[in-house]
Ligand binder design. Structure first.
Ligand SMILES: [Zn+2]
Length: 458
């Protein structure tokens, strides 16, 4: 609905100024930039943990989607020292959370260009509705958790989930620290006192799912296809091995239900600090020390984060308003894991969630919850109950067939609520219009769903 490149072109007031800042997303209008799409980020970062000092070099390869006489990147709190476009020095101004760039000659529509930005500073998280997010400090290291708008705190980018790109991320820091970044570790080279860790992320990835973790961790690996690895404070490794020990089986069950796991590996970092909630990154999840208790007390969150690798990470929302496609699905995956691992059936969880929702305000439309409710737990719970209602309507065979077609048709792409409802309708002769109208588009909580007689036979 807000294809900025097109609207900038169509607006006569902007004639002669293509690339003027336009909005990609009604929820977060100041994030994301029109006029181009990024293909690849190449990041070299030198970081000193003690003083928290970052020296960065970003090469952003992009394609113009219109003629561009100037354009912007999202970039917050760090100081660019040199900026070139296609090797030529350019005029650049840092204003607020945007880096404004004016190349000497307009870039042509459809042309590829490389923006090269060298920068320095002490990264700080970005303030948002959802607290401080982005590059943040641990007592002895770094955590990066960027959803939804923290990425510009550490690299210049087009910060919108619809603009997915590949990455190379090299981090140089003092040798006693482990570095875990999104992607496959390709090399690790040590000099006198520092080590450079070089990661490659070859699946298209939105900026908010790119991450760097730095700390003093013990490294573990387990499972083979995909390779599973973990970085955990040494004192927690025993409890971690118990608490996360069922992850390989979880991955098998999810692959059976959702289709093939979308990446070549899966990593977990447990930071040496308590976190309100774990957070997903591309082929990586980050947990707090409070999520490791030796009793699998947070196993539902282990399932939730793993499920995001399909729902959110491989299939990414085209606009933030479709967030239930991430959180409703990840929440439902918690219940599916419970069901197949000897816990309560999804039906029991769904009923409990429905009762909780019934006591809460009914002022939010799941398919368009608004910025304030983007990560409201009603998005998670109602999203999951909606999927349960759909499962009862379709029957298990058609429901799980739908999930597999959903993840394969849009693998490493971007998705909308309409994409999902249209595909769902193809999996049953029973009309779904009413079900989706009530569950997705009306704020009133529908009655608890009942199994459609005979649905399993369809
Ligand atoms: Zn989630």
């Amino acid at each position: 609905m807000l294809n900025s490149g097109m609207s900038a072109k169509a607006d006569p007031a902007r004639a002669g100024q293509p690339g003027a800042s336009t909005s990609l997303d009604a929820y977060l209008p100041n994030h994301g930039n029109g006029g181009y799409r990024v293909q690849h980020y190449d990041l070299d970062l030198i970081y000193r943990v003690g003083p928290g000092r970052l020296e960065g070099h970003a090469r952003v390869t992009a394609v113009a989607t219109q003629a561009l006489s100037r354009f912007t990147l999202d970039f917050a709190g760090l100081r660019p020292t040199k900026v070139t476009v296609n090797g030529k020095a350019v005029r650049h101004v840092q204003r607020g959370k945007k880096l404004h760039i004016t190349p000497p000659r307009a870039l042509s529509d459809g042309g590829m260009f490389v923006v090269d930005v060298r920068y320095v500073g002490s990264p700080a998280p970005v303030s948002s509705h959802w607290g401080e997010i982005g590059w943040d400090y641990l007592e002895d290291g770094v955590i990066v958790a960027s959803q939804p708008i923290g990425a510009p705190s550490w690299f210049p980018c087009n910060d919108h989930p619809s603009d997915k790109a590949t990455y190379r991320i090299a981090v140089t820091t003092a040798s006693p620290y482990q570095v875990v970044a999104t992607g496959v570790l390709e090399s690790k080279q040590s000099s006198a006192s520092t080590t450079t860790w070089d990661f490659r992320l070859s699946q298209p990835t939105p900026t908010y799912l790119v991450s760097v973790q730095i700390g003093r961790y013990a490294e573990l690996s387990y499972g083979t296809v995909p390779m599973m690895h973990a970085a955990v404070p040494a004192r927690l490794t025993g409890m971690f091995e118990h608490d996360f020990g069922r992850q390989p089986r979880m991955l098998d069950e999810f692959s059976r239900m959702f289709g093939p796991y979308p990446f070549e590996q899966y990593g977990v970092v447990v930071v040496d600090a308590e976190l309100d909630a774990p957070i997903e990154a591309q082929s990586l999840s980050v947990f707090g020390s409070n999520h490791v208790d030796g009793r699998r007390g947070s196993e539902r969150l282990v399932a939730h984060e793993l499920a995001h690798q399909w729902f959110g990470n491989s299939l990414t929302v085209a606009q933030w308003r479709h967030i239930w496609l991430n959180e409703g699905f990840a929440n439902y995956a918690e219940w599916l894991w419970s069901e197949v691992s000897g816990g309560a059936a999804a039906e029991v969880h769904a009923h409990r969630a429905w009762r909780e929702l019934a006591e809460r305000p009914q002022d939010m439309r799941l398919a368009d919850p608004g910025t304030r409710y983007l990560f409201d737990d009603r998005v998670y719970l109602r999203g999951a109950v909606t999927l349960h209602a759909l499962r009862l309507r379709l029957g298990d065979d058609a429901f799980f067939a739908l999930l597999k077609v959903w993840t394969s048709a849009h693998r490493h792409g971007v998705v909308t609520t309409d994409d999902f409802t249209t595909l769902a309708q193809r999996h049953t002769p029973w009309p779904l219009t009413d079900l989706f109208a009530r569950w997705l588009h009306s704020p009133v909580l529908p009655e608890f769903p009942r199994r459609t007689p005979g649905a399993d036979r369809e």
